[in-house]
Design a protein around this ligand. Structure first.
Ligand code: AMP
Ligand code: GLY
Length: 421
C-alpha cells in the first residue's frame, strides 16, 4: 500500500516511523515532511492544506491512502477533497473538524448533551463580557470562537486586562474567528490529554499523556505548542478512563451524530481533573504534538491497520495495545520561541536511536551540503523509554545531552509533577 502522510512536525515523524513499521506499507510519501521524516519517506514539496494540490500529488504518486497529521488540512477540507476524488483518507471531514475549529460549537454541545465542562457564556459585545466577568471570580478565561494560531485564549487575573483583550478580539483582531467569544469560569486542577480513535461508531481508547505548555522551567513564560510530555499519565487510572469514556467521549459522539456529523479520526480531549471530576477544556481533531512522540513509541498494534479501519468505518473489533513502558519527551526549541527566532542554524550532533531513545525531528531541513538545519520553533523531540517514568526521564535527558546545537533551549523539568509526587 502506498501512503501519503501530511504534515511536517515531530508528530508526523512519529507517525511516519509507526506507519513504516507496518508490513502493509510498501511506499511512504510525506508532504512537506522534514529532515527526519525524509529518512522514512519521500518528501514532496507541497502545501498540505491545499486540497487540490494534495489530490494531484496523490494521483501523481498512485497513493492508496492519505493520512493527515495536523489540523490545517482537516479544516481546509483535504479529507473531503480526497473522498470526492475517490482516494481513501484518514481524518475528520471539514464539517467534523468543527470540534477544533469552533469553541462555541463544543460548549453548546456540552450544554445540550450534559458533558462536564466549565460554565460559559457566548459574548459578542464587551458589555456581555463584562456581565459574565462579574458572575465569576478571577482568574478570567476568554476564548475566541475560531482558530487563531494558538493566540485566541486569554487567561488573566486582571478584570481590566480581560476587558481590554475582549475589546481587541471583538474588534476583529483575528477577523471572523474572534467576533464571537466564549467566556468561561476558570477550572482548577491538573490537565491531561486523552485520545481515542473512532469511526463514528466504535471508540478505541488511544491512551493518555501530560503536556507542558509554558516555555520555561517551573511553568514560567509564554504558552507554546508544548515543550515536553510523558505517557501514560499516572493520573489516568482505569476508573478515570471509564469516567472520561462514558461521561465525555460517548455523549460527544452521540451529540455530533445528532447534529449530522459522523466523526472519523483521532479525537483529542484536553481535560482538567477538578475536585468534581474530569471536565472538558477543548477538543482537537488530531493527535497532539508532542503527545504523539510519547504515545506512538509505546504502540504495539499496527498503526496502519487501525487508521485504515477507522477511515473505512470498520473499527469494530479493533483495539490499540500499548507496551507497559513509560515514555517522556523533551522538546529542543529555537532560542526565542514561541516569539521570533533565527532560522537556518546548524545542528552538528544528534544522539542515536536505540531501544530506549527516539530522536524525532520537528522543525529541521537538510542543507545542500548535508548539514542539518533548525528551521522551526520546535526543532527536535527527544523521547526516552523505560520501565518506569524515572528511567524514561533519564533516557530522554541522556539523549538531550548528546545534541550539539548552540541556538536552542529546552526545559529541564519535564515530568516534574509526576516525578515529585
Ligand atoms: P484551550 O485551547 O481551550 O485548551 O485553552 C488553552 C489552555 O488554557 C488550556 O490548555 C488550559 O491550560 C487553559 N485553559 C483553558 N480553559 C480553561 C479554563 N476554563 N480554566 C482553566 N484553564 C483553562
Ligand atoms: N500539545 C497540544 C496540542 O497538540 O494541541
Amino acid at each position: 500500500m502506498r501512503i501519503l502522510l501530511l504534515g511536517s512536525g515531530g508528530r508526523e515523524h512519529a507517525l511516519a516511523e509507526a506507519l513504516r513499521r507496518s508490513p502493509q506499507c510498501s511506499a511512504l510519501f510525506a508532504a512537506p515532511g522534514n529532515a527526519g521524516i525524509a529518512e522514512h519517506a519521500e518528501c514532496l514539496a507541497l502545501d498540505a492544506a491545499n486540497p487540490a494540490a494534495v489530490v494531484k500529488a496523490a494521483r501523481d504518486n498512485q497513493i492508496d491512502f492519505v493520512v493527515v497529521g495536523p489540523e490545517a488540512p482537516l479544516v481546509a477540507g483535504v479529507v473531503d477533497a480526497c473522498a470526492a476524488a475517490g482516494i481513501l483518507a484518514f481524518g475528520p471531514t471539514a464539517a467534523a473538524a468543527v470540534v477544533e475549529g469552533s469553541k462555541l460549537f463544543i460548549k453548546d454541545l456540552c450544554r445540550d448533551f450534559s458533558i462536564p465542562t466549565a460554565r460559559y457564556a457566548r459574548c459578542t459585545t464587551v458589555s456581555e463580557v463584562a456581565a459574565f466577568l462579574d458572575s465569576v471570580s478571577a482568574p478570567y478565561v476568554l476564548k475566541a470562537d475560531g482558530l487563531c494560531a494558538g493566540k485566541g485564549v486569554i487567561l488573566t487575573e486582571s478584570r481590566d486586562e480581560a476587558i481590554e483583550a475582549a475589546t481587541t478580539l471583538l474588534g476583529g483582531q483575528f477577523g471572523a474567528a474572534s467576533t464571537t467569544l466564549v467566556c468561561e469560569e476558570f477550572l482548577h486542577g491538573e490537565e491531561i490529554s486523552y485520545f481515542v480513535l473512532t469511526d463514528g461508531e466504535t471508540v478505541v481508547p488511544f491512551g493518555s499523556a501530560q503536556d507542558h505548555k509554558r516555555a520555561f522551567d517551573g511553568d514560567q513564560g509564554l504558552n507554546t505548542g508544548g515543550m515536553g510530555a510523558y505517557s501514560p499519565s499516572p493520573r489516568c487510572t482505569p476508573a478515570l478512563e471509564q469516567e472520561i469514556l462514558t461521561k465525555i467521549i460517548a455523549p460527544t459522539l452521540k451529540g455530533l451524530k445528532a447534529r449530522g456529523i459522523s466523526y472519523r479520526g483521532f479525537l483529542f480531549a484536553g481535560l482538567m481533573l477538578t475536585d468534581s471530576g474530569a471536565k472538558l477544556l477543548e477538543y482537537n481533531a488530531r493527535l497532539g504534538d508532542p503527545e504523539t512522540e510519547v504515545l506512538l513509541p509505546r504502540l504495539e498494534t499496527d498503526l496502519l491497520l487501525l487508521l485504515l479501519a477507522a477511515a473505512k468505518g470498520e473499527l469494530a473489533g479493533h483495539s490499540a495495545v500499548f507496551s507497559a513502558e513509560h515514555a517522556l519527551t523533551v522538546i529542543y526549541a529555537s532560542n526565542g520561541y514561541p516569539g521570533g527566532y533565527e532560522k537556518g542554524t546548524t545542528i552538528t550532533a544528534l544522539p542515536a536511536n536505540s531501544p530506549a531513545v527516539r530522536v524525532y525531528h520537528a522543525g529541521t531541513s537538510r542543507a545542500e551540503d548535508g548539514r542539518l538545519l533548525a528551521t522551526g520553533g520546535r526543532v527536535l523531540a527527544l523521547t526516552g523509554l523505560g520501565q518506569t517514568l524515572v528511567a524514561a526521564h533519564a533516557a530522554a535527558y541522556g539523549a538531550v545531552n548528546h545534541v550539539r546545537w548552540d541556538e536552542g533551549f529546552y526545559r529541564r523539568d519535564i515530568g516534574w509533577r509526576a516525578l515529585d509526587a
